[in-house]
Design a protein around this ligand. Structure first.
Ligand SMILES: [Zn+2]
Length: 69
């Protein structure tokens, strides 16, 4: 499972109230399940979470992460 987990805007600000998210461009978003609350989100926000420590982990990395080295 990936540590790169989708997050809805509400959960981002709950966890990181002092940080601004860095969402994907609108053209590169898809419907994801928020790893913290389980709601569907198109926020385009991702954050590093241990997939075994969140209630709704996503196990597929975003497709354009493949080339990352
Ligand atoms: Zn959420």
């Amino acid at each position: 499972m990936t540590w790169h987990q989708p997050l809805c805007q509400a959960c981002w600000y709950r966890d990181r109230p002092h940080d601004e998210p860095n969402p994907r461009p609108l053209t590169d978003r898809r419907v994801e399940t928020c790893c913290k609350c389980g709601e569907e989100t198109v926020s385009g926000i991702y954050a590093t979470y241990n997939p075994h420590a969140v209630p709704y982990p996503t196990d597929v990395a975003p497709s354009n992460q493949n080339g990352e080295t």
